[in-house]
Design a protein around this ligand. Structure first.
Ligand code: ACM
Length: 663
């Protein structure tokens, strides 16, 4: 080959590599200059303009920008199939810019935004993937299905300046999009968030607000936990007491699980429920955003609200005195799981009325929720009341059941049949594996990945939502700053979530989800605080290619999304900036504090003198020996001269408790 051709092809080759540097290199803070194009990939503090969560499969940046005109025309030839994406774009582009956004189904050369449904299937992108091409003249999103177009639209919004998140018009912004070619599709089909609306009730509008936030990050399942000891939230025709009695408790604040017993004179007016029409409205709202709602009716445990409404569904005669739980202690966890119940919060597997009840409930739930699965709970059902119930003993004899898990297995198999009778698939928490369910039962693995692995090996469909990565009710940092919950899950740990474990056939792993239990969450702002940014980490774990996951790169993008959420007025936790405290004793008994951060480029300043540290104070460089009479360590993180973290107040007494002096 003549030498000049070689040089040209090498140059083309090099520039194509440089052009297609993926965003994974953001964290390396490289400035790439090709001669033809120069762009700064330093996304962590500067604004490269591209910070997409979840990270797409490929992003190839091009030279130049597309600038939104004041009259934006969207062309979607198959406009009927794409009406959700058109409406979404009209609202999301129109409101903050104040520009006029119209749509046409006619082929038009003047349209600046083209939404194109493929006539011929593109096997690379599948049912939810898309291609997004931005040139200085036009934006084109191509997909096989409307869902793919919708996800392309989400990415497009993230390419616009952060003010696009505003709910009001913002003036003096250059509304431009960097030129780019993106090909993107999800790693997994089940990308879920579970929202517990039973422990605390959240209104229909609050659930919509939650859906609005999740769709930005390409989640497609909202698992609604609709029933629990603290409330029954679904109107069921024929069982009015479920919502007259079961939806209401006494409002208490403090440390959930330790509240004083309620008194008869205290009003039971805290709670609420959704009518069937409300739920249908939510289903339609979610569907318009490509989210399926999966209902959960949690039985046979977690059923105190049901039993308080209909005591005849319990095996325990004393159930006539039970009340919907307001956060009092009802379980003894001192010997670990399963807990010992102090009141019988279960439905009775030996009572035919229970199956009649569940038949009615499931038939109506199946009508309301078109999604193919119904989740029937099955977790943490205490068996200690069953052990002393003659009806259960008779059932065991009749059915030749030897153990209490087998009694629960009998119950689960009957419930599974009812679910199937109404044309739905049965899903339940991983405890149901213990008593034996049919291999058709889908399993949601929560206690550990290992139950999901066991289930997948037994050919069950599995959704992974293990506590150690995906329990977003856990504290996000040290309990001295976070509302207290019994365990912690930092952002960097949730980012390690890999829903597809080694050694199982991946075809059984439907996907993953994060679970937001709300025992300690009283309002939607706190629900948001707990969900974000860990919801970013889980979204990336279920959407992005495994090999593209990179913590530093992810965190750089997360910081840009904090700014977006600020403008969207969605709350998030800044806990990732809180230092991690590790305390131990020196050989001579002094307290030694080691501080570290999840984020690399932060400085920690501290004080022991009861004043508030800033960047003129001592900077943490090595473990600190606590001075003899000190009573408080205060710390704050900075980036350069900018305070980034919250002021943390760590009492020395608390550290003494964490590293007790050996006597
Ligand atoms: C659960 O967290 N009890 C499923």
């Amino acid at each position: 080959m003549p030498i000049h051709t070689n040089q040209i092809s090498m140059k083309l080759f090099l520039s194509s590599i440089l052009l297609s540097v993926s965003l994974s290199s953001i964290a390396q803070n490289t400035v790439v200059a090709t001669g033809e194009i120069a762009f700064d990939q330093t996304a962590s503090h500067a604004h490269s303009g591209i910070a997409i969560i979840p990270e797409p499969v490929t992003v190839t940046k091009q030279e130049g920008h597309f600038v939104l005109p004041e009259n934006i025309l969207i062309q979607a030839v198959k406009s009927n199939e794409l009406k959700q994406s058109i409406a979404f774009l009209q609202e999301r582009l129109g409101t903050p810019t104040g520009y006029f956004v119209s749509a046409t189904a006619a082929a038009s050369n003047s349209a600046q935004v083209r939404l194109v449904l493929n006539d011929k299937n593109d096997a690379v992108i599948g049912a939810e993937g898309y291609h997004l091409q931005v040139t200085p003249q036009q934006i084109t999103i191509t997909a096989n299905k409307p869902a793919g177009i919708f996800y392309g639209v989400q990415t497009l919004i993230q390419l616009l300046p952060k003010e696009i998140e505003s709910k009001e018009q913002v003036k003096d912004i250059k509304w431009q999009v960097p030129c780019v070619n993106i090909t993107d599709y999800p790693r997994l089909g089940w990308r879920g968030l579970m929202f517990d609306v039973a422990r605390h009730f959240f209104t229909k509008d609050e659930v919509k607000q939650y859906i609005d936030a999740m769709v930005r990050y390409k989640y497609n399942i909202l698992h609604l936990h609709l029933t629990d000891d603290e409330g029954w939230r679904i109107e069921i025709k024929g069982y009015p007491k479920l919502t007259e009695v079961g939806a209401w408790n006494v409002k208490r604040v403090g440390s959930f699980g330790t509240f004083m017993p309620t008194k008869p004179e205290e009003p039971r007016n805290y709670g609420g429920f959704y009518t069937q029409e409300d739920l249908k409205e939510l289903v339609a709202y979610a569907k318009a955003r490509f989210v399926n709602i999966m209902p959960e009716v949690d039985v046979p445990g977690h059923s105190l609200a049901t039993v308080a409404s209909y005591p005849e569904l319990s095996c325990t005669p004393d159930a006539v005195n039970y009340k919907v739980r307001s956060g009092e202690r009802i379980m003894d966890w001192s010997r670990g799981a399963p807990p010992l119940a102090l009141v019988d919060n279960t439905l009775c597997p030996a009572n035919e009325k229970v199956y009649e009840f569940l038949d009615t409930v499931i038939s109506q739930v199946a009508q309301i929720f078109p999604f193919e699965y119904i989740h029937m709970g099955g977790d943490e059902a205490p068996h200690n009341f069953w052990e002393k119930t003659p009806q259960i003993a008779a059932l065991m004899k009749r059915e030749n059941l030897k153990t209490m898990p087998q009694v629960q297995g009998y119950f689960e198999r009957r419930v599974e049949k009812i679910v199937e009778k109404y044309g739905k698939k049965f899903m339940a928490w991983d405890e149901v594996l213990e008593g034996g369910v049919s291999s058709k039962a889908a399993v949601m693995s929560w206690r550990d990945m290992k139950y999901g692995i066991q289930a997948a090996k037994a050919k069950h469909e599995v959704v992974m939502s293990p506590t150690q990565f995906a329990y977003i009710d856990y504290m996000q940092a040290d309990p001295i700053t976070e509302p207290k919950v019994y365990a912690s899950l930092r952002l960097s740990k949730s980012y390690e979530f890999d829903p597809v474990p080694e050694g199982v056939d991946p075809k059984y792993i439907k996907g993953g989800q994060a679970n937001l239990w709300t025992e300690q969450i009283y309002n939607i702002r706190q629900a948001e605080y707990m969900t974000w940014p860990r919801g970013f980490a889980i979204a990336e774990s279920v959407w992005s290619p495994k090999e593209k996951k990179n913590w530093k790169n992810f965190f750089a993008r997360t910081e840009q999304h904090f700014e977006r959420l600020d403008i969207a007025e969605t709350k998030y936790a800044p806990s990732v900036y809180d230092p991690i405290f590790a305390v131990k004793r020196t050989a001579d008994g002094k307290l030694l504090v080691t501080l570290s951060t999840e984020v690399e480029d932060l400085d920690i300043y501290y004080s022991f003198d009861n004043s508030f540290p800033d960047h003129f104070y001592p900077k943490y460089t090595e473990p600190l020996v606590v001075p003899i009479d000190a009573n408080m360590l205060r710390v704050i993180t900075y980036r350069g001269k900018k305070p980034i973290g919250r002021m943390m107040h760590m009492p020395i007494e608390e550290m003494n408790k964490r590293a007790p002096l050996k006597k």
